[in-house]
Unconditional design. Structure first.
Length: 98
């Protein structure tokens, strides 16, 4: 049976089945944290791609201008637009794995 200090053994022999729920929970938490950190950059990337496709007067010329414009339009919350939907789909994705 695995004990808290047996990380080397767990890596060598694979994790026992009774640790599966904890692994799933820790994976979900780390995925949430990673998504929370990278989501503003992804929002900026999508916005920048959209402005590159449809060049209009007043559209930003660089990604920095795009970030400034996005912040002026909606503040910091604008960088997290749609984040709730991504968090909401986390639970169904985990249930598929169970």
């Amino acid at each position: 049976s695995a004990k808290p200090g047996d990380l080397e053994r767990l890596l060598r022999e694979q994790a026992p089945a009774h640790l599966f729920p904890w692994n799933l929970l820790l994976g979900a938490c780390s995925g949430f944290v990673a998504q929370s950190v990278t989501y503003p950059l992804d929002t900026l990337r999508r916005r920048w791609q959209h402005t590159c496709v449809s060049q209009k007067d007043g559209s930003p010329k660089s990604w920095r201008e795009c970030a400034v414009q996005l912040r002026q339009e909606g503040g910091v919350r604008a960088f997290y637009a749609g984040f709730g939907f991504n968090v909401a789909k986390l639970l169904p994705e985990l249930l598929v794995l169970c």
